[in-house]
Design a protein around this ligand. Sequence first.
Ligand code: TYD
Length: 138
Amino acid sequence: MSVLEARIIELPKFLDARGNLSFVENFKQIPFEIKRTYWLYDVPGGECRGGHAFYSNEEFIIAMSGSFDVVLDDGKNRKVFSLNRSYYGLYVPAGLWREMENFSTNAFALEFGSTHFDQADYIRDYDEFLKLKDDGKI
Ligand code: TYD
C-alpha cells in the first residue's frame, strides 16, 4: 500500500441556520463496511498518538472538532494530512505507518475501522514495519 492511496473525502453537508448536518454510510462516503468506531479526546498538548500500522484494518478519520495532523508513511514516502473540519474524512488503507500529532485544544478525532479490535493486527515496531514492507508482506 502506498500513501498515494490515502485520500481526503468530502462528506455531504446540509447547511442549516439551526445547525449543520453531515453523515457517512458504509460503501458510500466510507469505502468499507464499518465494524468499529473509536475516538480520541482530551489529548494533552504536544502528545502524539497512533505510532503503528495495521495488517488489515482500514480507517476513516474525521476531526469532529478542533484539528490535528495524520502522518502517513509507506516506508518510502511520507504524507501529512491536516484535518480541521467535520465534513472531511481521511481514508487510511491498511499497511501504512500512521501517527497523529499537533492536536489542538478540544480536538476530537472520530475513527471508523473496517475490522473488530485485534491486538494481533497491530505492527508497533517501525523497523519491523519496514522489513514487512521490504518483504512485500504488507
Ligand atoms: P491504540 O490503537 O494503541 O491507540 P493510538 O493508536 O491512538 O495510540 O489503542 C490504545 C489502547 O486502547 C490499546 O491498549 C488498545 C485499546 N483499544 C481497544 O481496546 N479497542 C479499540 O478499538 C482501540 C482502537 C483501542
